[in-house]
Design a protein around this ligand. Structure first.
Ligand SMILES: C=C(C[SeH])C(=O)N1CCC[C@H]1C(=O)O
Ligand SMILES: [Zn+2]
Length: 597
């Protein structure tokens, strides 16, 4: 009878999920050892465990397919079988699998260990991306120094990785084909469980593009006033080394060059934190405190014992921040090279968002211990960071003496946030539009580098400080391209986080449409149990239901919709359009001439 079939299926999935959990624990433990101690021995040990697991995962998938549960009339059985029946790169024959992992881990190791030479002075070429190069890109206002560090990094972290990247493309293409996908791009897209994903993505990009063009035009105008016409053209691409970030993905570090109302006081949280002798641990305690104030999960004691929160002096680690689920006894960890400043205050909350999600869904079967939409996982921490960075909250924790800004200071704050949240969207869009094109074979290999810069110019209107040719190979200078990490999850997260924020601010009574005293950009959900309860219910689901169903229960919506984001920034958008008209700022940009055609 269907009951006995169901109980057989339950027993089957119970066993497969438990075995999968053990495999994931082993695999992530060895991967954590490698990421927190980058040696050849640890790299090989990680590959060995992953290879053994790939064979076991293949066996599991064979069992799942043979069981026929994919055709079950029971939604849950069908969903578990569908997800477990999808192998990913584990489908590869063992030798190909090893070659692929070898190529990706070599790119990651290179990124983690690349060091560069100091500008304009003799000295060891031992400067690291975090913290040295990142600090120079953020704070230097010398175009020659900025160009030096830009070129050093791209030449050393990018170009030497061409052969490994080629292998990466070859083997991911083979894996996608073996799984019945037309390309690795389509394998990545299937995680969004949305046939309209790519067309929705283009729709959202087009919806924010007018606002982005206003920001781009104003920034170019102000940069030109500061650096002069030889460095910044009137209506061309913005040289990316001037924008405060190695990849020009967010421009808030260069904000002092283009603050709308420079004479207005600023929430300079970094100097206030340093004045108050904030420690790295304090940053994590702030985040932990926020989640607890919402009635959500606290960090377990093991988190503090097993995480690596600052760069060790005695070994190489992968500094790029990451959060880890070790799939047993609430063993969750963060690995990052934290400094005490506003950038890391944001990153700490971003990573703690992943940790909170891991804890919230830890009692789901292994197959459901993930987000139903990759964008959700990247949005959790960002929502909290948005609340933390409000004047109201910063005053509550003693990092600011103003709880409510006047109109001009509010424009400054919104502008700073737009330099993170709006500027980021065309960048994130390009990271995967480019890789989709390469995965789909739409760009011939001899054009891989020029295509990259042509797309950065087309979608963001930024260009390299020096001419680049197809003898260079710049994409692996970005962590996620080395580490096989899909990037549209961050694009989606930058839209979803404002939908989550608005829903929770309404529940907390912190946002009332049309009430100038209760706007989205000064909403602080701290201590609000109703908001926390709704958030917990949403996160506890894990991947057990379709993301549209989870979103509907949480915010009442079923789409990735930029309305909440545009509402949050509306006062800035109005001001910027008027200001650009007043200053006769030209908008838009043409083709870059920094790329050999
Ligand atoms: C902090 C993380 C680890 Se999931 C990260 O990679 N982020 C967070 C925002 C965008 C993206 C990046 O740094 O490129
Ligand atoms: Zn993340």
């Amino acid at each position: 009878s269907s009951n006995s079939v169901k109980s057989d299926a339950r027993a089957f999935f119970q066993r497969e999920n438990e075995l999968l959990r053990q495999r994931r624990r082993n695999e992530f433990l060895t991967s954590y050892v490698y990421n927190t101690n980058v040696t050849e021995e640890n790299r090989k040990a990680m590959i060995a465990v992953a290879t053994t697991n790939a064979a076991a995962n293949k066996e599991m998938t064979r069992n799942v397919i043979a069981s026929g549960y994919i055709d079950s009339t029971d939604d849950d059985i069908k969903r578990q079988a569908t997800i477990l029946g999808d192998l990913g790169i584990d489908v590869l024959p063992e030798s190909d699998y090893k070659e692929l992992l070898n190529a990706v881990s070599l790119m990651q190791s290179n990124y983690a260990t690349t060091t560069v030479c100091p500008y304009n002075k003799e000295g060891d070429c031992t400067l690291q991306l975090e913290p040295h190069v990142q600090e120079r890109l953020s704070n230097s206002r010398d175009p020659k120094e900025l160009k030096h560090y830009w070129r050093q990094w791209y030449d050393k972290a990018g170009t030497p990785m061409r052969e490994n990247f080629k292998k990466y493309i070859e083997f991911t293409r083979k894996a996608a084909r073996l799984n019945g996908y037309s390309s690795y791009a389509d394998y990545w897209i299937h995680f969004y469980e949305d046939p309209d994903f790519e067309s929705n993505l283009d729709k959202v990009y087009k919806a924010i593009l007018p606002f982005y063009r206003e920001i781009h035009g104003y920034v170019r105008y102000r940069l030109r006033a500061y650096y002069g016409d030889e460095i910044v053209s009137e209506n061309g691409n913005i040289p990316m080394h001037l924008l405060g970030n190695m990849w020009a993905q967010q421009w808030d570090n260069a904000l002092p060059l283009f603050t709308p109302f420079p004479e207005k006081p600023f929430l300079d949280v970094t100097s206030e934190m340093q004045r108050q002798n904030f420690t790295v641990r304090k940053l994590f305690e702030l985040g932990d405190q926020f989640f607890k104030s919402l009635g959500m999960r606290a960090l377990p004691p093991s988190f503090w014992d097993l995480s690596v929160l600052t760069r060790p002096a005695d070994r190489e680690i992968v500094c790029h921040a990451s959060a880890w689920d070790l799939y047993q006894d609430s063993d969750v960890r963060i690995k990052m090279c934290t400094d005490v400043d506003t950038h890391y205050l944001y990153v700490v909350h971003h990573e703690l968002g992943h940790i909170q999600y891991y804890l919230q869904y830890e009692n789901q079967p292994t197959v459901y211990r993930s987000a139903p939409n990759p964008g959700f996982h990247e949005a959790v921490g960002d929502v909290i960071a948005l609340s933390v960075s409000t004047p109201k909250h910063l005053q509550a924790i003693g990092l600011s003496n103003v709880g409510k800004l006047d109109d001009e200071s509010r424009i400054n704050e919104l502008f700073k946030n737009a330099l993170k949240k709006i500027v980021f969207l065309p960048f994130a869009y390009t990271m995967d539009k480019y890789r989709y094109a390469v995965f789909r074979g739409e760009v011939e290999e001899s054009k891989w580098n020029c295509a990259f810069w042509q797309m950065r110019s087309e979608f963001s209107g930024v260009e390299p400080p020096v001419r680049r040719t197809d003898q260079d190979f710049d994409p692996p200078a970005k962590y996620h391209i080395d580490a096989d990490v899909e990037y549209l999850r961050y694009f989606a997260a930058h839209i979803f986080q404002f939908q989550f924020l608005k829903a929770m601010c309404i529940k907390a009574g912190q946002y009332v449409p049309g009430d100038p005293e209760k706007t989205l950009d000064n909403c602080d959900i701290y201590n609000n149990k109703e908001a926390g309860e709704a958030f917990s219910k949403f996160l506890t689901l894990g991947a057990s239901v379709h993301w549209k169903k989870a979103l509907k229960e949480f915010t009442g919506e079923t789409e990735m919709d930029p309305s909440a984001l545009l509402e949050y920034f509306e006062p800035l958008r109005k001001w910027l359009q008027a200001e650009n008209e007043r200053l006769k700022v030209p908008l838009g940009w043409g083709d870059t001439d920094k790329v050999a055609g």
